[in-house]
Every structure is written in C-alpha cells, then in structure tokens.
Design a protein around this ligand. Structure first.
Ligand code: UFG
Length: 333
C-alpha cells in the first residue's frame, strides 16, 4: 500500500516521510514547493510537484500510484501572515483540502490523517486544553483549519467508507535526532528558530512580541512538542484509521513555557547570549496554550520521546549550527 503525503517537502511532512520509509511504507509525496524543499524528500519516496488546487492532476497521481491512505500536511501556517493576508489561507488550506478530498473521492481513496491545530481553540477557557474545549479561533489560520474539521465531519457523516483522524498540534519544534532534517522557513517567524538564529549571530537580538500578557513574566506560554513525536503520532493514527475511528486528538506535552523561558533555555543550550528587545503583541496570539494529551495516550498509545524543552531545543540547535543557511547550506558545500 502507498501513502500519499501532501506537503512532504515541508518541515513536519519531511520528518514524517522519513519515519514512514523507516517503517517500511511506500510513500508518494506531493508538494507545490512554495515553502517546501525538494532536498528534504528522501530518494525512496516518489515525488510530484503539484498544488492542492489541481484536482485532476491529484486524481491522476492517486490512481497511478495506487494510493490507499493520505496524510495531509500541506498548508500555509503563519498566524501573523494569516491576519494580514487571510485569502491565501482560505484558498490554500480550506479550498485546497476540498480539492484534495474531491480527488480522493474520484480515485476511491477514503482514509485521511489531517494536520489540524491548537489555533482552532482560540483563547481557551481552561488549561490544559482538552479535545472537548470550545473552538473559537482568533485568527484566519485557525479558522482555515476549523473549517476543514467541519468539512471532514460532514464527509464522515455522508460517505459511509470515509474515515479521518485529525491531529491538533500544539507548538511543533526541534529537528531530526541525527541533524539530517530540519526547520528551514523563509520568512522565519517561529520562536525557537529565531532564538537560535540570534545565537548564531544572524540577527542582533530576539524580538519578544508582547510582555503585557496575563502570565507570570508577561510573555506568551506555549506547549512545545518535538517534531519526531508529532510524526510518531501520525504513524499510530494511520494504523488506527477506519470509518468508525473518525475523531480529533491533541498532540502536546501538557507543559507550558513562556517566550522568556525559551530564550533562557536557548542561551543554556547554545552557550551564547541572546539579547531581547520587547515589541508590541502580535495580532492573533492567544496568551496561554497547553494540551491535555490524555486521549491520544489512552486511545492510540502515543508517548513522546522528548519530554524536556532543553532536549527539544538541543536537536534544533544541532541542525541550525550545522545548516546556517538551511537546506541551501548543503547545496553550497
Ligand atoms: N514570538 C516572539 N518572537 C518571535 C517569534 C515568536 O516573541 O520572533 C512569540 C509569539 O508571539 C508567540 C510565541 O513566541 O507568543 C510562539 O510563536 P511561534 O510563532 O513560534 O508559534 P505560534 O504560537 O504562533 O504557533 C501557532 C500555533 C500552532 C500553529 C503555528 C503555525 O500555536 O498551532 O502557529 O505556525 F501550528
């Protein structure tokens, strides 16, 4: 059986493709390479440069590659950008997923694991957040993902063979244990990569976006989970998929760290000072997010390998210091 991985050239997708191949699966990757990297896709996977909105080409690939199940990562994923430019988020994420689901129906593929997000919860009324917490996003990125959740719910009600598992990621971080795959975003807006780029001297200081939140040190709190643990959850979800299994799971560690905790831990890991400058809040940022992972632990047997922020940042540092220009570093050397 072949697994179709959308967005398999991206940060999380590429780590997952590798785990699937190591587990003996046949993998076919599609990616439009808008923000993904062809170099991140292992040679063992077949690759097609296709956009999610190209329903007919997607259908052809699903038929010719004999796809049995889909793991759907491809998405635009910057909260701040989604506030200033919402339409590409609805087009690529929401409409793109409708196109993918239509291609799946055309080619009789009926099982999908979908990357959803804690951004669908908005500002939660309880911490840790459970899957039953109300969903009320505060930015277009979160809405673009919540609309997809509704579409998946509708498909599972209407199409008898259709089955999905939606994984609501909290803050994905870190890089592969051997430093071979990593995080390479342009522009880079995420906290840990920006701390490490400051440690490398690529920027003079870290900008902390808001220090007047209702938290102990005034900065936002997030639940950081290692990218390889996110991928192991996908492998478990893939095995659990069936038309009766359709549901959502949080993936996080249930522990929260403030922006300043992350800066200090990054200083310890790298041995470099990371100067900070405070700027106003970024629109669309909830003050505190952390996950209850009880459901995925109990029902799918998920247990994270990386449980300390220090270890997670260490893997990211191993990548950033050996790949200061991301995947371009290897091409240049
Ligand atoms: N931050 C800074 N300075 C920076 C970058 C980030 O202070 O240079 C702050 C942000 O304001 C936020 C925290 O650090 O408070 C974490 O920001 P990230 O951009 O690293 O991640 P987000 O919390 O925005 O992550 C969100 C959702 C995820 C979603 C992800 C997509 O929580 O579910 O965006 O990129 F997948």
């Amino acid at each position: 059986m072949t697994i179709l991985v959308t967005g398999g050239a991206g940060y999380i997708g590429s780590h997952c493709v590798r785990q699937l191949i190591e587990a003996g699966q046949k993998v076919c990757v599609i990616d439009n390479l808008y923000r993904g990297h062809r170099e991140a896709v292992p040679a063992e996977a077949s690759f097609f440069q296709i956009d999610l909105l190209e329903t007919e080409r997607l259908t052809e690939v699903m038929k010719s590659q004999r796809i049995e199940k889909v793991i759907h990562f491809a998405a635009l994923a910057y909260v701040g950008e989604s506030v200033t430019e919402p339409l590409p988020y609805y087009m690529n994420n929401t409409a793109g997923t409708v196109s993918l689901l239509r291609a799946m129906r055309n080619s009789r593929v009926s099982q999908i694991v979908f990357s959803s997000s804690c951004a669908t919860y908005g500002i939660p009324d309880q911490i840790p957040v459970t899957e039953e917490s109300p969903q009320s996003p505060i930015n277009p990125y979160g809405w673009s993902k919540l609309f997809i959740e509704q579409i998946l719910n509708d498909c599972s009600h209407s199409y008898p063979n259709f089955g999905f598992i939606g994984l609501r990621y909290f803050n994905v971080a870190g890089c592969s244990h051997d430093g071979a795959l990593g995080e390479d975003h342009d522009p880079e807006t995420h906290l840990i990569p920006n701390c490490l780029r400051t440690a490398l001297g690529q920027q003079s200081h870290m900008t902390v976006l808001g220090n007047d939140y209702p938290t102990d040190d005034g900065t936002c709190i997030r639940d950081y989970v290692h990218v390889e643990d996110i991928c192991s959850a996908h492998l478990l979800a893939l095995n659990a998929l069936n038309p009766q299994s359709s549901r959502y799971y949080n993936i996080g560690l249930g522990q929260g760290f403030s922006v300043l905790d992350v800066v200090k831990t990054s200083e310890r890991v790298t041995g470099h000072e990371i100067p900070v400058e405070f700027k106003p809040r970024r629109p669309g940022d909830p003050p505190v997010l952390s996950a209850s992972n009880k459901r995925i632990s109990e029902e799918l047997g998920w247990s994270p390998k990386y449980t300390s922020l220090e270890e997670i940042i260490q893997t990211a540092w191993d990548w950033f210091r050996t790949h200061p220009e991301g995947y371009r570093t290897e091409t240049a050397s």
